[in-house]
Design a protein around this ligand. Structure first.
Ligand code: PAF
Length: 309
């Protein structure tokens, strides 16, 4: 395992990317070069590992960023206690075969403090997660835009035909939908790739915040994935979605306080008109709940199947 090179400034990162591409380095050495960017806030777990593995399998050069973005936290306490452990992160990044790690200080990304101008997530950013975290998605999109600029191989390489891909987890379904829209609406040169949710053996979706759950809370939190899978089973068997039954299952767990649970269009995240009847097209079930000190989110695609009798 080679330790990845750590870059602290955007200028260093651009030079390192240009070097890696010019050397045809990283892995593979194909004629068409490709660069995969995996943006993270550190505290890496198996969910990130799956993003990194996907990026590694698809690209010559893989860059991961580790930056806890203050702009996307609306609760200063949440920002303060967000887990940070760069040493451990570098170990996982090295094991995943990452070539370059961008780990900037806050002043590198926001040299004048909070930016005056930021990217607006608009109406799509105001629903669901955005409703309880005003400005959160504006902060996410602003930092992702900056990271896509820093890592863009077309800006930092003389090598022609460089493909640029950026990887995000499907667990953050609203974030992924917004980043896709941003890339399309604002003509970014990156292809945005969504990577499926990674679950622990008990079904809980992997999250950096799971470490804050005590054993009783952790057990209670598994009701979230059970409710999603019960919905998915019904829909794929061609039966009515019956969101109300899935909500009732979660409501029966006293340690879990449901924030929202809805069935939406996978691209626009617009709620479907009929969430209890049979579904006519693929959809996404998504939810958020508070369990003890943490807020958890999860989602599952719903693919309507033919009814079996
Ligand atoms: O999903 C995350 O970890 C963050 O929102 C991201 C995309 C790295 C931006 O800070």
């Amino acid at each position: 395992m080679n330790a990845p090179r750590v870059l602290r400034t955007a200028a260093e990162l651009k030079d390192a990317i240009a070097e890696a591409l010019a050397a045809g380095s990283g892995h593979g050495g194909n004629a068409v070069q490709s660069l995969g960017l995996v943006p993270t806030m550190g505290a890496l777990h198996s969910g990130h590992r799956s993003l990194l593995d996907t990026a590694r399998a698809q690209n010559n050069v893989v860059v991961a960023s580790v930056f806890v973005n203050p702009l996307q936290f609306n609760d200063p306490e949440d920002l303060r206690r967000y887990p940070r452990d760069l040493e451990a992160d570098l170990e996982l990044l090295g094991a995943a075969g990452v070539d370059l790690v961008f780990a900037p200080a806050e002043a590198e990304v926001y040299p004048d403090g909070e930016p005056l101008v930021r990217i607006s997530a608009g109406e799509l950013g105001a629903r669901y997660e955005g409703a309880s975290r005003p400005g959160h998605f504006d902060g996410v999109l602003t930092v992702v835009a900056k990271l896509l600029h820093y890592a863009s191989p077309t800006a930092s390489s003389t090598t022609p035909n460089v493909r640029f891909r950026a990887y995000f987890g499907q667990k953050d379904a609203q974030q992924l939908a917004l980043i896709r829209r941003m890339a399309a609406d604002l003509d970014f040169d990156a292809e945005i790739i969504g990577v499926p949710v990674v679950r622990a053996a008990d079904g809980l979706a992997e999250s950096s915040r799971n470490v804050f759950l005590n054993p009783a809370q952790r057990k209670a939190a598994t009701v979230l994935s059970r409710a999603l899978f019960s919905l998915q089973d019904r829909v794929s068997a061609g039966r009515p979605a019956d969101l109300a039954a899935a909500v009732a299952l979660v409501a029966a767990e006293p340690l879990v306080e449901l924030d929202y649970f809805d069935i939406v269009d996978p691209q626009t995240l617009q709620p479907l008109a009929d969430v209890n009847g049979p579904l006519e097209k693929p959809a996404l079930a998504l939810l958020a709940a508070r369990v003890g000190p943490v807020r958890l989110i999860d989602n599952l695609p719903l693919e309507p199947g033919a009814e079996t009798s």
